[in-house]
Write a protein of this length. Structure first.
Length: 165
């Protein structure tokens, strides 16, 4: 009987751990659909990506790093775009854990006064899921589907033009 309970417990643990997997993959070049994944803001609050990507508004989705020179150049422009368009466009900026930590990202955001929605990829699942090899990574998403990979550098003018289409 103990063996059966042990085997059942191990089987249950295996099933639960497989179901809890956060690994996903996005076909960025094929402009594929984005599977649901979890976003965690800088205070630890969790949000499902589908709640944002499927809310009827187009989404500017960026994966960045606070130490990245190109990201530092883009973020003030993203803030201007957010301020001008927050009622009609979602803005989602995910900071990577690559060569960083949550405390550094929180300080960077606070020091720069950014108010757009910011998330932290603590485990690297989002960076990995989008197959990221460089920062920043910018997408235009519409109804949970990639419409366009935005070319660098982005600024208020190019973002406004991209989201006017």
């Amino acid at each position: 009987m103990k063996k059966i309970i042990l085997i059942m417990s191990l089987l249950l643990l295996f099933v639960v751990s497989c179901g809890a997997s956060k690994v996903f993959s996005v076909d960025v070049e094929g402009k594929g659909e984005i599977p649901n994944f979890e976003l965690k803001d800088l205070n630890g609050k969790k949000t499902e990506s589908k709640k944002i990507f499927q809310n009827g508004k187009k989404t500017l989705f960026i994966i960045a790093a606070e130490w990245c020179p190109h990201c530092k150049q883009e973020m003030p422009e993203v803030q201007k775009f957010y301020d001008a368009n927050k009622d009609k466009v979602n803005v989602v900026v995910v900071y990577s854990n690559a060569q960083s930590n949550l405390g550094k990202v929180q300080r960077y955001v606070k020091d720069n006064g950014y108010t757009f929605p910011i998330y932290y990829d603590e485990e690297g699942y989002i960076t990995s899921g989008f197959g990221l090899d460089a920062f920043p990574f910018n997408l235009k998403i519409n109804n949970n589907k990639i419409e366009e990979k935005l070319e660098l550098p982005i600024d208020l003018e190019s973002l406004t033009a991209a989201f006017a289409k």
